[in-house]
Design a binder for this molecule. Structure first.
Ligand code: AMP
Ligand code: ZN
Length: 460
């Protein structure tokens, strides 16, 4: 069955035609590892996971690259403000490389907890500085740059058009308008490719232009070229990447190879919290761990994301998370009920479910409709192993690990048992405050503990 994706480049839904039918090549803009990922960031990677799973379900092999920005870039996409990595290094009194390693590790743990299917290649910017340098040299050779005393700029006026993705008028852009170090930029949309590092700049590398560091748009162009070539199928990122970061990636590729690097550009919309922006200052910025501490396992957040299409904003509330938690339990119980069933289901009925599910996911990843097929199966009063197997098959796209749940049902995690043991010890020492505190912690992780003559009993 054909797949249709909304392509930001053409501003319409298009039939997906891969360059090579055997293997789809894709690139996703990954995280800047200067702090923990928040649940908004994680929405972007759940979308990426969803796309991977849908392509695989349709029989494609994938070669997918995601970058890790572990070299400082400025706090805004438009080369303005402070360097994010340096700022974090100062905040935590650490080396920026230590910061990057620490938060990269935290990020990978988060995506594993969410059962996000990892891209085949995860490429760290700092391990590709030489690739970026060669890339810049070729753009220079092709005549798309100019240099000031400390920066090599991309000259956007050399392009037939700058802003193909957002279709914007160059005059409207504020990009770079307030760059402090800039004293020789020619056009408002020009951006830094290669920058001479000031004395106190920690992340810097020897290069043809002295001790430098790369502009942040460069890593995606250079690394996608290295692993996927100068033309690949799909490029993904957050909506916020459209106006600057992706325009600049396209500009760089045009300067390097003469054309736009990917055929389909897909962008995921934002997560809002209580209808507004998520910000530390508003005390509404949540990480996956915050959700876990409130008793929501990571898969509940996955379920919550399936209530909207990736191209629409989604509003996070704890009420919505409670509904997602109920829905996840319903799915697991529905699966187990079918697993024990003996009813016969006609082939026609199975085909109908399969067709509807495939139509939904191939219609630009329409997960709310795909989930409605899941609920139809769960609600089917004829309990049957065939339907349990069908749910397992669809779970390749959903990613809830239903199969695993079957094995782990009623198994209490070691972490909870350790807490229960600690609580038992506290009770023996008559440390009632500590015992109550541990009980609350156990409850916050989604378990109940009851004292019995033998010690305690834990239930889920
Ligand atoms: P960063 O690590 O800041 O580069 O962001 C990583 C990804 O998260 C990017 O693709 C952003 O577009 C995306 N992102 C940031 N904030 C949100 C949000 N509130 N909702 C959805 N995606 C977001
Ligand atoms: Zn990128």
């Amino acid at each position: 069955m054909d797949i249709y994706f909304y392509n930001t480049l053409t501003r319409k839904k298009e039939k997906f035609e891969p360059i090579n039918k055997e293997e789809v090549r894709l690139y996703s803009c990954g995280p800047t590892v200067y702090y923990y990922a928040h649940i908004g960031n994680l929405r972007a990677y759940l979308f990426m996971d969803n796309l991977r799973r849908v392509l695989k379900y349709n029989g494609y092999k994938l070669k997918h690259v995601m970058n890790i920005t572990d070299v400082g870039h400025l706090v805004s996409d438009a080369d303005e403000g402070e360097d994010k990595m340096m700022k974090a290094a100062r905040r935590e009194n650490k080396d920026p490389f230590e910061i990057a390693n620490f938060y990269l590790d935290a990020f990978l743990k988060d995506i594993d907890k969410l059962n996000i299917d990892r891209p085949e290649i995860i490429a760290r910017a700092t391990e590709h500085i030489d690739v970026m340098e060669e890339y810049v040299k070729k753009i220079i050779e092709n005549g798309y740059t100019y240099e000031t005393e400390d920066t090599i700029y991309f000259d956007t006026s050399k392009l037939d058009k700058y802003g193909v993705l957002s279709n914007k008028n160059v005059e409207d852009q504020k990009a770079g308008a307030r760059v402090e170090f800039d004293n020789g930029k020619k056009n408002i949309s020009d951006f830094a490719l290669w920058i001479k590092a000031p004395e106190n700049h920690i992340m810097k590398w020897d290069s043809f232009f002295g001790k430098c560091y790369p502009g942040w748009h460069l890593e995606c162009s250079a690394m996608s070229y290295k692993y996927l070539g100068d033309l690949f199928d799909i490029h993904t990122g957050g909506m916020d990447h459209i106006p600057i970061h992706h325009e600049n990636e396209i500009a760089q590729s045009k300067g390097f190879s003469g054309h736009i690097p990917a055929n389909y550009w897909m962008h995921v919309d934002f997560l809002t919290v209580d209808g507004g922006k998520m910000a530390k200052s508003l005390n509404n910025l949540y990480t996956l761990e915050d959700l876990e501490q409130r008793g929501y396992e990571p898969q509940v957040y996955r379920m919550f994301n399936f209530t909207s299409n990736y191209r629409t904003p989604i509003n996070f509330t704890f009420e919505a998370m409670d509904s997602a938690k109920i829905a996840l339990n319903r799915l697991r119980e529905g699966y187990l009920a079918h697993l024990e069933g003996t009813a016969n289901i006609d082939e026609e009925q199975i085909n109908e479910y399969e067709q509807k599910f495939l139509e939904a996911i191939n219609d630009n990843l329409n997960m709310p409709v795909a989930m409605s097929v899941i609920w139809d199966i769960v609600k089917n009063p004829n309990k049957s192993k065939t339907l349990a197997n069908l749910l397992l098959k669809f779970d390749e796209v959903l990613g809830f690990n239903l199969k695993n749940h079957e094995k782990q049902e009623n198994i209490i995690p070691q972490e909870i048992i350790d807490l229960a043991e600690k609580r038992k010890q506290a009770r023996e020492n008559k440390n009632w405050n500590e015992s109550d505190r541990i009980r609350d912690e156990i409850i916050s992780k989604g378990f109940q503990i009851k004292d019995t003559a033998q010690g305690y009993e834990i239930t889920q």
